[in-house]
Design a protein around this ligand. Structure first.
Ligand code: PLP
Length: 407
């Protein structure tokens, strides 16, 4: 008889968002007709901007004519988009990225989940705690961990705890790790890392012959001076770091689907020649992926053109202003917040020692506002909630007013 993949069987059921939805439904059935205002999701709400939409429409038109129709493209992505990204890294961040090292994908989530598959099963994995759940779950499914214990920690994983003491920027682990997942600006805490803090990880990676997987999905939200928007701003990162990024959060492509990874040829591993990781990712993509949508890629090229850059930056500012409104509101009622400056997420400490879920219930009950319990992102998220700035301005204002008036 066939057997299910025993590693997938180790995965804890996707508890967080289904449980949020269940509690909202239960509350609504007790309060018929009452609206729940949602500051809980990391999903964009504002429309695709004009020049990007026009480029995608033009592409659709091209697909309707025999003369201009195109089918499968390169698995690595369209050269024009890869070149535009390479120019973007140089112009906006001052770093050199070889066009050849850029792989276009259907989003950062798939790349973040799949990248572990090209490293040895015996790799020791380090993850931030709390963290975007994909890093942990993909490594569980990939057979890099043991089972989950009662505290919600998987055996064999190294958890790098972020807390108020370290400003929610963890330090490299004391023990050896082969793969280190980092996400800055961080989901869920909204924390950003300075160059020095990132340099500590790059130094660690060199010392331990480790590879950093750097998720920069929110990098366009960084405006503070001196905060790197790519790990490659740190010298030496090009031979120990893979960077994953996305058009989701700056161009509103959460539904369009487009992302990319930088997998430098200079990354070194102990059991294969230089360039092997780059080669294996190329092999992996050519085997399991047939390239990103050509319509989405047309949109991506437009997003990197001067007009598109301008439009995306206004979109990001809109969400950042929402985050500012949320932060101010929470501070006004005496809550302690971090994030929300270079990030769309406001990480808020629960008052009076309440647990994440207790505070979630209280906000729902008293203010009719849904947030996301921090404990859903890992044990170190207990005692916090994540408040998301993704929403229409008027809805965000209403929700914040309701919290400040009713809590
Ligand atoms: N990385 C992080 C840290 C995220 O928070 C998210 C989405 O919320 C993603 C990646 C997913 O990005 P994409 O829409 O490109 O798959």
């Amino acid at each position: 008889m066939a057997e299910a993949n025993e590693n997938f069987l180790l995965l804890q059921s996707g508890y967080l968002f289904p449980e949020v939805a269940r509690r909202i439904r239960a509350w609504q059935s007790r309060h018929p007709g009452e609206e729940v205002m949602r500051l809980s999701i990391g999903n964009t709400t504002e429309p695709i901007t004009p020049s990007i939409a026009a480029a995608m429409k033009r592409k659709v038109d091209e697909l309707t004519s025999r003369e201009t129709y195109t089918g499968y493209g390169d698995e690595q992505g369209e050269t024009a988009l890869r070149e535009a990204l390479s120019r973007h890294y140089k112009r906006d961040y001052g770093v050199n990225i070889d066009t050849d090292d850029l792989f276009i994908s259907d989003g950062a989530k798939s790349d973040a989940a799949n990248i572990q598959s090209i490293f040895s099963r015996s790799s020791i994995i380090a993850v931030q705690n709390p963290a975007y759940p994909v890093y942990v779950d993909s490594n569980v499914a990939g057979g890099h961990t043991g089972a989950c214990d009662e505290s919600g920690r998987y055996k064999g994983l190294i958890y790098m705890d972020a807390d108020e003491e370290n400003g929610f920027v963890c330090t490299p682990p004391r023990e050896h790790a082969d793969l280190i997942y980092l996400c800055f600006p961080n989901n869920p805490t909204g924390a950003v890392a300075t160059k020095e803090q990132l340099r500590a990880f790059v130094d660690y990676a060199h010392r331990e012959n480790a590879v950093i997987i750097f998720d920069a999905a929110y990098c366009e939200y960084i405006q503070s001076e001196g905060i790197p928007r790519t790990i490659y701003e740190v010298e030496g990162a090009e031979d120990c770091a893979i960077e994953i990024n996305s058009f989701s959060k700056n161009a509103g492509f959460t539904g369009v689907r487009l992302g990319w990874s930088v997998v430098p040829k200079s990354i070194r591993v102990s059991n294969a020649e230089e360039g092997a990781i780059h080669r294996l990712w190329n092999r992996r993509q050519c085997t399991f992926f047939n390239g990103a949508s050509n319509i989405a890629q047309a949109g991506g090229i437009a997003a990197l053109a001067p007009e598109g850059r301008e439009e995306c930056s206004r979109l990001v500012s809109y969400y950042k202003e929402n985050a500012g409104i949320i932060s101010q509101g929470m501070k006004a009622i005496g809550l302690s917040v971090t994030g929300g400056v270079d990030s769309p997420y406001v990480w808020t400490r629960c008052p009076e020692g309440l647990s994440s879920w207790d505070f979630f219930d209280l906000l729902l009950d008293k203010a009719h506002v849904a947030v996301t319990p921090g404990s859903g992102f890992g044990s170190a998220g207990e005692g916090y909630v994540r408040i998301s700035a993704y929403g229409h301005r008027e809805d965000v204002i209403r929700a914040v007013d309701s919290i400040t008036e009713n809590l």
